[in-house]
Design a protein around this ligand. Sequence first.
Ligand code: ADP
Ligand code: MG
Length: 486
Amino acid sequence: MSPEIRNKYQAIIGLEVHAQMLTKSKAYSSDINQFGDKPNNNVSIVTMAHPGSLPKMNNKTIEFAIKLGLACNAKITQQQNFSRKNYFYPDLPKGYQITQDLTPICTDGEIYIKDDNGNEKPIKLTRIHMEEDAGKSIHDIDIYDTLVDLNRAGVPLIEIVSEPDLRTSKEAYNYLTEIRKLVRYLDICDGNMEEGSLRCDANVSVMLIDSKEFGRKVEVKNMNSIRNVQKAIEYEINRQIEKIENGEIIRQETRSYDALKNITISMRSKEDANDYRYFPEPDLQPLFINESQINKIKADMPMLPRDLFIKYTKEYQLSEYDAYNLTDSKDIALYYEEIIKHTKNYKSAANLMMGDVKSYLNQYGIEIINFPIYPKTLADLITLIDNGKISSTIASQKIFPTLLENPNKDPLKIAEEMNLIQDSDENEILSMITDIIRNNNIEAERYKNGEKQLIGFFMGQLMKISKGKANPKSANKLIRETLDKL
Ligand code: ADP
Ligand code: MG
């Protein structure tokens, strides 16, 4: 499609995200909530809704949903009711899901993302509500039959519905990335899209760029990674524009994303959309949330990525790039927070994390929680550099690798044992510099005649002779002074 045609249109996107809660038991029963167990193992009469069995609300789900709501600055609904959403499917043994139709636990609030120009943009939330998952139909194990595993039936879900505030597939990518980060910081969902514990339906429409009215939306399902959500939306935007350009109209429908072909395929149109015939769940009492309950959860909120980002950029003066990377994962942020309890050199700590530590983690494919060196030890290493005892090159090339082998050793001890303590004795350095200049008088002459970049050559010589122990800053100054005096 030509950019001229593409640029005539504006895409409008709203996402519906389902997150499986990391509770020990299911949403309305004491059945175990665990991924990967033997099929149909965690299924009781409550999950199957046998006659006479009664659901009971899992308080942990409520707590988790409120946590997420507070983190998004949402309003918490004081009185909530539950509803039945009725439909037939082989993996839905009850014939209905218990959900919150008219009284979602949270309304309003927002999630902050970066727009395509890198500016912060709030994406408003319509609602967050609690519901339960269905079982899983497995089509690819038995060549004749579809198999059903009901372990997932009744697993607590929360659904996060956004307003149609997203404008590009990249914004949708960023929005989902922020949600995944948030649920992981809150420890309420593992955020794993590949395993389906985080799922997303994308609603996409397009309109002429100066139009006031949104186009008709199409819902796209079945994307199993954040990247695929972006790709599916991008495909869908182009498909809709092409249709409109051909004089066709967009029908409201649900489409499925085919990751192998990178296309979307029609599943069902609005006309055969389900009529769920919602009605109040008679077996669950209305739920009342009071202030003291909310305050208790508030008091227990963990640190959140956006707060840390603001602290790192505003208070610690780190670049947005550093702050973004440090807060990308909760464990990385926690580790960094530990380092800076012992040093105020925020920038060096960030550099060390983003440099030596990250490359070690990448090289061996391990997570920060399995990183062998204690945060305090890295803070001590930074202090050694700051006190001029070792250069940052020595720290990175000699002491850091030694610490990886001997994580319990004191960096200062290592520096002493390896004879790496930097010479700050100016006289000794000065005599080295005099020797170097004497032995390289052609270069010294050229320096005098204006080739100031030769300072690098003399620094190199000095580092070689002093075996890297000369403090680079003062050495550089001494070399210049000596050369200028010639
Ligand atoms: P439905 O009743 O079909 O479920 P909703 O109004 O509840 O539709 O919206 C569902 C999702 O679709 C929300 O995330 C919302 O932001 C999004 N949405 C609504 N209208 C549009 C539109 N015209 N284009 C794109 N997304 C939309
Ligand atoms: Mg809706």
